[in-house]
Design a protein around this ligand. Sequence first.
Ligand code: FMN
Length: 300
Amino acid sequence: MPVVPVSPTPEIAVAPELVVTHGTPLLVLFGSNLGTAAELAQQIGHDGTVRGFATTVASLDDYTDNLPPAGAAVIVSASYNGTPPDNAAGFCRWLGGDLAPSALAGVRYTVFGCGNRDWASTYQAIPTLIDTELAAHGATRVHPRGEGDARDDFDGQFRAWYGTLWSDLAHTLDLPTVDTDGQLARGHRYEVDVLTAAAAPLAATYNATTFGIIENRALQRRDGTTPPARSTRHIGLSLPDGLTYRTGDYLGVVPRNPPTWCNGCAPGSSSRTTPACGFGATSRPNRTYPSTNRFRSSHS
Ligand SMILES: Cc1cc2nc3c(=O)[nH]c(=O)nc-3n(C[C@H](O)[C@H](O)[C@H](O)COP(=O)(O)O)c2cc1C
């Protein structure tokens, strides 16, 4: 089994990664509106490349009516009120359509679902549908379907599913198993980036608009004999010029991090000289914590 050293990116002083090459096709497909499933797919794709697969990462819609019976496909998808993410709608329509029972014979796959039990009646609706329909049309499940619940321990659930993914793929595809402790170099697990877009970097990540707060008042008295343990507040927001809203639009609330946490993350400094920084898992193969999002902190 050839082992090819790959240089680290220049700014990161870590041991080189070792890539084991065998070139088996690995398709990592995602259905994602807000980025969680897409980011997991990118991480899986990276890990596949390091393990020697010829990896392609793409949206589910890019592979509508085009699932190859070669190598394997790892599918990561969210659900939105029981319907597919925007970039998986065509794929799901095709899969639920008029397909012969053996149309997908030879396709090997597994599915991980990004969901949230707050949507109780449609929890994991789309990953479940994809998994069921693939099997119903002759595809072979090579690793059990996994579920991540954003209301619970999503990362732990992902890790539990991910832990045996590569050995299951190696077994099914008759590949050499990679000893991750021995053959893949160890590097650091986390990165801290200094962000140049200091103004509302989180909003920029989601292509969102920030609102001003024009009213913020407590709705419960706290000076009685039995003050409530929790705070309930009425919050009024001002709509920026030219922006309207309608039912179903998303409103994200970003809590402010305590300054001590921010200072703890600021690289090489406990002062307030760093306006904003991002902290997240590296994309290196040896990490044990597959962060689904990068965390950002701001001193402003
Ligand atoms: C408006 C909305 C509707 C959702 N509907 C569902 C649902 O029906 N079933 C489910 O399991 N999760 C549901 N979720 C949770 C998302 O699927 C979950 O947060 C997922 O990680 C988002 O992935 P993405 O960032 O890749 O789009 C919903 C989330 C939102 C914001």
